[in-house]
Ligand binder design. Structure first.
Ligand SMILES: [Ca+2]
Length: 73
């Protein structure tokens, strides 16, 4: 059960970070000179986190699905 809570928390956290990256760059209060909707300050250190967005959320989704199935079953 705890692992499910942790996985859902991580999914919400990551989703929130991705959303915030898009929101802060679109609204113009984070610097985004290369116009890829990732704040340039984050891009240097965390480019892997954004380039891996699809696979990270996919893995989290699958992990939540499996854990949820086990909790219910
Ligand atoms: Ca950028």
């Amino acid at each position: 059960m705890e692992i499910l809570v942790v996985l859902i928390f991580l999914a919400l956290l990551f989703g929130g970070v991705y959303w915030y990256a898009g929101y802060s760059t679109r609204s113009g209060f984070a610097k985004d000179e290369n116009q890829n909707f990732i704040p340039d300050a984050w891009e240097e250190k965390y480019s892997w986190f954004f380039s891996g967005k699809g696979i990270i959320m996919l893995v989290l989704g699958i992990a939540i699905g499996f854990t949820f199935a086990n909790v219910i079953g």
